[in-house]
Design a protein around this ligand. Structure first.
Ligand SMILES: C[S@@+](CC[C@H](N)C(=O)[O-])C[C@H]1O[C@@H](n2cnc3c(N)ncnc32)[C@H](O)[C@@H]1O
Length: 272
Protein backbone atom coordinates (compact mmCIF):
# COMPACT_ATOMS: atom_id res chain seq x y z
CA UNK A 1 0.00 0.00 0.00
CA UNK A 2 1.28 3.46 -0.85
CA UNK A 3 0.37 6.28 1.46
CA UNK A 4 1.01 10.01 1.19
CA UNK A 5 4.54 11.33 1.52
CA UNK A 6 5.69 11.73 5.11
CA UNK A 7 6.45 15.37 5.52
CA UNK A 8 8.24 15.31 8.84
CA UNK A 9 9.15 12.31 10.90
CA UNK A 10 12.79 13.30 11.10
CA UNK A 11 12.58 14.26 14.77
CA UNK A 12 13.10 10.80 16.25
CA UNK A 13 16.16 10.05 14.15
CA UNK A 14 17.73 13.36 15.09
CA UNK A 15 16.75 12.76 18.71
CA UNK A 16 18.48 9.40 18.68
CA UNK A 17 21.66 10.93 17.29
CA UNK A 18 21.59 13.71 19.86
CA UNK A 19 21.04 11.22 22.66
CA UNK A 20 24.06 9.20 21.58
CA UNK A 21 26.18 12.36 21.27
CA UNK A 22 25.08 13.61 24.70
CA UNK A 23 25.87 10.27 26.33
CA UNK A 24 29.31 10.20 24.75
CA UNK A 25 29.96 13.73 25.95
CA UNK A 26 28.90 12.86 29.49
CA UNK A 27 31.06 9.75 29.48
CA UNK A 28 34.05 11.82 28.35
CA UNK A 29 33.47 14.70 30.73
CA UNK A 30 32.36 12.94 33.88
CA UNK A 31 30.00 14.60 36.36
CA UNK A 32 31.83 17.95 36.28
CA UNK A 33 31.32 18.20 32.57
CA UNK A 34 27.60 17.64 33.00
CA UNK A 35 27.40 20.38 35.62
CA UNK A 36 29.30 22.79 33.39
CA UNK A 37 27.04 22.09 30.49
CA UNK A 38 24.07 23.27 32.52
CA UNK A 39 25.75 26.00 34.49
CA UNK A 40 23.23 28.53 33.18
CA UNK A 41 19.85 27.36 34.40
CA UNK A 42 16.81 29.51 33.73
CA UNK A 43 13.86 28.38 35.80
CA UNK A 44 13.06 25.16 37.62
CA UNK A 45 10.45 22.89 36.06
CA UNK A 46 7.27 22.41 37.96
CA UNK A 47 6.81 19.12 39.81
CA UNK A 48 3.67 18.47 37.75
CA UNK A 49 4.51 17.42 34.17
CA UNK A 50 0.95 18.04 33.00
CA UNK A 51 0.85 21.63 34.22
CA UNK A 52 4.34 22.11 32.85
CA UNK A 53 3.37 20.93 29.36
CA UNK A 54 -0.01 22.64 29.26
CA UNK A 55 1.75 25.91 29.94
CA UNK A 56 3.99 25.47 26.92
CA UNK A 57 1.53 24.65 24.16
CA UNK A 58 1.74 27.40 21.58
CA UNK A 59 -1.17 28.95 19.76
CA UNK A 60 -1.21 29.15 15.98
CA UNK A 61 -0.07 32.76 16.07
CA UNK A 62 3.10 32.28 18.12
CA UNK A 63 6.44 31.52 16.52
CA UNK A 64 9.65 29.81 17.66
CA UNK A 65 11.01 26.28 17.49
CA UNK A 66 10.92 25.61 21.25
CA UNK A 67 7.19 24.98 21.27
CA UNK A 68 4.63 22.21 21.35
CA UNK A 69 1.78 22.49 18.87
CA UNK A 70 -1.43 20.57 18.39
CA UNK A 71 -1.04 19.26 14.82
CA UNK A 72 -2.34 16.53 12.51
CA UNK A 73 -0.08 13.49 12.23
CA UNK A 74 1.24 13.22 8.63
CA UNK A 75 0.30 9.56 7.99
CA UNK A 76 -2.68 9.67 10.32
CA UNK A 77 -4.51 12.96 9.86
CA UNK A 78 -7.47 11.56 11.83
CA UNK A 79 -5.33 12.07 14.94
CA UNK A 80 -4.02 15.36 16.31
CA UNK A 81 -1.10 15.39 18.74
CA UNK A 82 0.85 17.91 20.75
CA UNK A 83 4.22 17.61 18.99
CA UNK A 84 7.39 19.65 19.20
CA UNK A 85 8.02 22.11 16.43
CA UNK A 86 11.63 20.89 16.60
CA UNK A 87 12.26 18.08 19.08
CA UNK A 88 15.94 18.91 19.57
CA UNK A 89 15.25 22.57 20.33
CA UNK A 90 12.37 21.53 22.59
CA UNK A 91 14.65 19.13 24.46
CA UNK A 92 17.22 21.89 24.93
CA UNK A 93 14.50 24.15 26.36
CA UNK A 94 13.33 21.44 28.78
CA UNK A 95 16.88 20.83 29.98
CA UNK A 96 17.63 24.55 30.33
CA UNK A 97 14.51 25.04 32.42
CA UNK A 98 15.21 21.97 34.53
CA UNK A 99 18.85 22.87 34.96
CA UNK A 100 19.78 19.23 34.47
CA UNK A 101 20.18 16.50 31.90
CA UNK A 102 16.84 14.96 30.90
CA UNK A 103 15.97 11.90 28.84
CA UNK A 104 15.00 12.64 25.24
CA UNK A 105 11.37 13.78 24.85
CA UNK A 106 10.50 10.93 22.51
CA UNK A 107 6.84 11.66 23.17
CA UNK A 108 7.20 15.01 21.36
CA UNK A 109 7.48 13.29 17.96
CA UNK A 110 5.25 10.82 16.11
CA UNK A 111 7.66 8.02 15.29
CA UNK A 112 7.39 6.21 11.96
CA UNK A 113 6.62 2.86 13.65
CA UNK A 114 3.80 4.40 15.68
CA UNK A 115 2.41 6.14 12.60
CA UNK A 116 2.36 2.85 10.69
CA UNK A 117 0.57 1.06 13.55
CA UNK A 118 -1.97 3.83 13.93
CA UNK A 119 -2.64 3.83 10.17
CA UNK A 120 -3.10 0.06 10.25
CA UNK A 121 -5.61 -0.06 13.09
CA UNK A 122 -7.64 2.78 11.61
CA UNK A 123 -7.73 1.05 8.21
CA UNK A 124 -8.46 -2.36 9.77
CA UNK A 125 -10.77 -1.58 12.69
CA UNK A 126 -11.75 -5.25 13.10
CA UNK A 127 -8.26 -5.76 14.59
CA UNK A 128 -9.19 -3.63 17.60
CA UNK A 129 -13.00 -3.49 17.76
CA UNK A 130 -14.16 -4.69 21.16
CA UNK A 131 -10.60 -5.56 22.23
CA UNK A 132 -8.74 -4.47 25.36
CA UNK A 133 -5.66 -2.78 23.97
CA UNK A 134 -2.28 -1.90 25.47
CA UNK A 135 -0.06 0.56 23.60
CA UNK A 136 3.36 -0.25 25.00
CA UNK A 137 6.10 2.42 25.01
CA UNK A 138 3.37 4.72 23.80
CA UNK A 139 5.28 8.03 23.61
CA UNK A 140 2.70 10.54 22.42
CA UNK A 141 -0.12 7.99 22.71
CA UNK A 142 -0.60 7.86 18.94
CA UNK A 143 -1.34 4.14 18.52
CA UNK A 144 -3.50 4.14 21.67
CA UNK A 145 -5.61 7.01 20.36
CA UNK A 146 -5.94 5.35 16.95
CA UNK A 147 -7.10 2.15 18.68
CA UNK A 148 -9.70 4.14 20.62
CA UNK A 149 -10.92 5.84 17.43
CA UNK A 150 -11.14 2.42 15.73
CA UNK A 151 -13.44 1.02 18.41
CA UNK A 152 -11.32 -0.68 21.07
CA UNK A 153 -13.25 -1.65 24.23
CA UNK A 154 -10.56 -0.19 26.49
CA UNK A 155 -7.19 1.40 25.79
CA UNK A 156 -4.19 1.69 28.09
CA UNK A 157 -1.03 3.55 27.13
CA UNK A 158 2.18 2.67 28.95
CA UNK A 159 5.42 4.61 29.09
CA UNK A 160 8.20 5.00 31.65
CA UNK A 161 8.52 8.75 31.02
CA UNK A 162 6.17 10.83 33.23
CA UNK A 163 6.12 13.55 30.58
CA UNK A 164 4.89 10.99 28.04
CA UNK A 165 2.06 10.05 30.42
CA UNK A 166 1.10 13.70 30.82
CA UNK A 167 1.10 14.37 27.09
CA UNK A 168 -0.85 11.14 26.43
CA UNK A 169 -3.61 12.57 28.64
CA UNK A 170 -3.55 15.87 26.75
CA UNK A 171 -3.54 14.09 23.39
CA UNK A 172 -6.36 11.73 24.36
CA UNK A 173 -8.50 14.71 25.38
CA UNK A 174 -7.66 16.55 22.15
CA UNK A 175 -9.04 13.57 20.22
CA UNK A 176 -11.97 12.95 22.56
CA UNK A 177 -10.78 9.43 23.39
CA UNK A 178 -10.52 7.68 26.76
CA UNK A 179 -7.03 6.33 27.36
CA UNK A 180 -5.82 4.96 30.69
CA UNK A 181 -2.31 6.23 31.38
CA UNK A 182 -0.20 3.38 32.76
CA UNK A 183 3.16 4.39 34.15
CA UNK A 184 6.12 2.26 35.12
CA UNK A 185 8.03 -0.54 33.49
CA UNK A 186 5.81 -3.46 32.49
CA UNK A 187 8.43 -5.40 30.57
CA UNK A 188 8.96 -8.11 33.18
CA UNK A 189 5.29 -9.11 32.92
CA UNK A 190 3.11 -10.48 30.12
CA UNK A 191 0.58 -7.67 29.60
CA UNK A 192 -2.05 -9.54 31.61
CA UNK A 193 -5.60 -8.33 31.05
CA UNK A 194 -5.27 -7.13 27.47
CA UNK A 195 -6.15 -8.87 24.20
CA UNK A 196 -3.97 -6.82 21.88
CA UNK A 197 -0.53 -5.33 22.45
CA UNK A 198 0.64 -2.55 20.14
CA UNK A 199 4.29 -1.50 20.16
CA UNK A 200 5.43 1.27 17.82
CA UNK A 201 9.12 1.83 17.13
CA UNK A 202 10.50 -0.07 20.11
CA UNK A 203 13.50 -1.77 18.48
CA UNK A 204 15.74 1.30 18.22
CA UNK A 205 18.04 0.43 21.14
CA UNK A 206 19.70 -2.89 21.93
CA UNK A 207 18.92 -2.99 25.66
CA UNK A 208 15.25 -2.17 25.16
CA UNK A 209 14.95 -4.64 22.29
CA UNK A 210 16.45 -7.40 24.44
CA UNK A 211 13.71 -6.94 27.01
CA UNK A 212 10.94 -6.12 24.56
CA UNK A 213 10.97 -9.38 22.61
CA UNK A 214 10.58 -11.66 25.69
CA UNK A 215 7.73 -9.46 26.93
CA UNK A 216 5.95 -9.64 23.59
CA UNK A 217 6.52 -13.40 23.44
CA UNK A 218 5.02 -13.89 26.91
CA UNK A 219 2.00 -11.79 25.93
CA UNK A 220 1.54 -13.85 22.74
CA UNK A 221 2.01 -17.13 24.63
CA UNK A 222 -0.90 -16.32 26.95
CA UNK A 223 -3.12 -15.54 23.94
CA UNK A 224 -2.75 -11.83 23.21
CA UNK A 225 -2.25 -10.63 19.65
CA UNK A 226 0.98 -8.64 19.29
CA UNK A 227 1.48 -6.03 16.58
CA UNK A 228 4.62 -3.97 16.08
CA UNK A 229 5.22 -0.94 13.86
CA UNK A 230 8.79 -0.61 12.63
CA UNK A 231 10.72 1.27 9.94
CA UNK A 232 13.65 -1.16 9.78
CA UNK A 233 15.31 -0.40 13.10
CA UNK A 234 18.62 -2.08 13.83
CA UNK A 235 17.43 -4.34 16.66
CA UNK A 236 14.17 -5.65 15.18
CA UNK A 237 14.32 -9.49 15.27
CA UNK A 238 12.68 -9.68 11.84
CA UNK A 239 12.67 -13.49 11.74
CA UNK A 240 10.22 -13.54 14.67
CA UNK A 241 7.62 -11.47 12.80
CA UNK A 242 5.30 -11.73 9.85
CA UNK A 243 4.69 -8.55 7.81
CA UNK A 244 1.00 -7.60 7.70
CA UNK A 245 1.30 -4.28 5.87
CA UNK A 246 4.00 -2.06 4.40
CA UNK A 247 3.68 1.66 3.92
CA UNK A 248 5.95 3.55 1.60
CA UNK A 249 7.07 7.09 2.19
CA UNK A 250 10.23 9.00 2.70
CA UNK A 251 11.51 10.74 5.76
CA UNK A 252 13.75 13.69 5.18
CA UNK A 253 16.77 13.84 7.43
CA UNK A 254 20.07 15.70 7.48
CA UNK A 255 21.96 12.47 6.98
CA UNK A 256 21.00 11.30 3.47
CA UNK A 257 21.58 7.60 4.07
CA UNK A 258 19.52 7.69 7.27
CA UNK A 259 16.41 8.13 5.17
CA UNK A 260 13.46 5.94 6.03
CA UNK A 261 11.44 4.85 3.03
CA UNK A 262 9.30 1.99 4.38
CA UNK A 263 7.35 1.32 7.54
CA UNK A 264 6.02 -2.13 8.32
CA UNK A 265 3.31 -3.43 10.60
CA UNK A 266 4.32 -6.84 11.84
CA UNK A 267 2.68 -9.59 13.85
CA UNK A 268 4.71 -11.69 16.26
CA UNK A 269 4.85 -15.34 15.17
CA UNK A 270 3.89 -17.90 17.78
CA UNK A 271 6.68 -20.27 18.72
CA UNK A 272 6.13 -23.94 17.81
C1 LIG B 1 10.83 5.63 19.95
S1 LIG B 1 9.65 6.08 21.11
C2 LIG B 1 8.18 5.43 20.36
C3 LIG B 1 6.94 6.13 20.84
C4 LIG B 1 5.65 5.69 20.16
N1 LIG B 1 5.39 4.29 20.32
C5 LIG B 1 5.65 6.08 18.71
O1 LIG B 1 5.79 5.19 17.85
O2 LIG B 1 5.50 7.29 18.40
C6 LIG B 1 10.00 4.91 22.38
C7 LIG B 1 9.25 5.12 23.67
O3 LIG B 1 9.57 4.03 24.52
C8 LIG B 1 9.55 4.50 25.84
N2 LIG B 1 10.23 3.48 26.66
C9 LIG B 1 11.54 3.21 26.75
N3 LIG B 1 11.74 2.18 27.59
C10 LIG B 1 10.53 1.79 28.03
C11 LIG B 1 10.06 0.77 28.91
N4 LIG B 1 10.90 -0.06 29.52
N5 LIG B 1 8.74 0.66 29.15
C12 LIG B 1 7.86 1.50 28.54
N6 LIG B 1 8.24 2.49 27.69
C13 LIG B 1 9.55 2.62 27.43
C14 LIG B 1 10.23 5.84 25.74
O4 LIG B 1 9.97 6.64 26.88
C15 LIG B 1 9.62 6.36 24.45
O5 LIG B 1 8.45 7.11 24.70
Amino acid sequence: MVVPHVTDTSGPTRLMRREVAARRQEANNGADGVRLRHAVSVTRRTADPLADLEGKVAGAESGGLDRLRLVEVPFVPEVRLHLAEDAIVWWARMEAEAGTVLPPPYWASAWPGGQALARYVLDNPDVVTGRRVLDLASGSGLAAIAAGLAGAATVAANDIDPYALAVIGMNARANDIQVRQAGGDLLDGDGAGVDLVLAGDVFYRRGLAQRMLPFLERAAARGARVLVGDPGRAYLPADRFQVLASYEGSVSDEVPNAEISRMDVLQLRLRD
